[in-house]
Design a protein around this ligand. Sequence first.
Ligand code: GUN
Length: 283
Amino acid sequence: MTARFFDLEATGLRLLEDSRHRAVALRAHGIVPCLALVEVGDDPQSATYVTRKIEDCKKVGIDVQKVVLPQSVTQSELLTQVQMLDADNTVSGILVQLPLPSHLDEDAVIQAISPHKDVDGLHPVNLLSLTASEPSVIPCTVRGIDALLSETGLALDGARVAILGRGTLVGLPASLLLSGQSRNTTVTILHRKSKNLGNILKNSDIIIAAAGSAHLVTPDMVGAGAIVIDVGMSWPEGTLRGDVHPDVAEVAGWMTPPDRSFGVMTRMMLLKTVLDLAEKKAA
Ligand code: GUN
């Protein structure tokens, strides 16, 4: 078998067009969608991510309020800034770029954002809602994964899903959404202490790799016809590597393109979520 590859670029373009139409419609009703982006410190990777998000917003007609704070900002200064954005009626959603410098408490910052302005979907109220029949805000990367699963046409009810990694941005929320009442799959979360990793993966209908460990998933660990979605990234020897070995394409049914960033899906879902929040506020 040779896997069908998800076309992330084409899907991304379709999503971009869709968001452009929605932003035009909102503006026609006098509502200006606006994303507040908070960047702390001068981490070059975070700066790149933030720049791309601003470019995407511009392309579709979402306003951006960018706030840059120095590496030395205190917890209370950061919280004050977030609370001001939260109280600002012109702001539809707030994103604080993660990771934050180690002296800052990420959980406290995320919880300072009202659930209805939390575009990342990381506020505990939003995380818990992922298990419900109608999740409120799905974190962007997880929303991208969910969209690809829909593209395959596979009935999710009862499917066996293995998630590699339990991080706050992907593994944890993906497990809540997919095992919850809206998606109804059976989820196993795997991490560095998991035993029988290969066996569990092999017996899964869907594999979501979010471990950041280069080529961890090899063809012998994947069942014939499985759907394999790789959002993991690492740079051993300076080259981008996914968690999934390219040869997995010989056994999988569907697969994300090997050793490529999932970023376009995450970024497009961010636009969608900002528009969702702006529309909900207007309703
Ligand atoms: N850093 C890397 N990815 C993300 C994301 O999706 N949201 C936030 N807030 N920070 C990130």
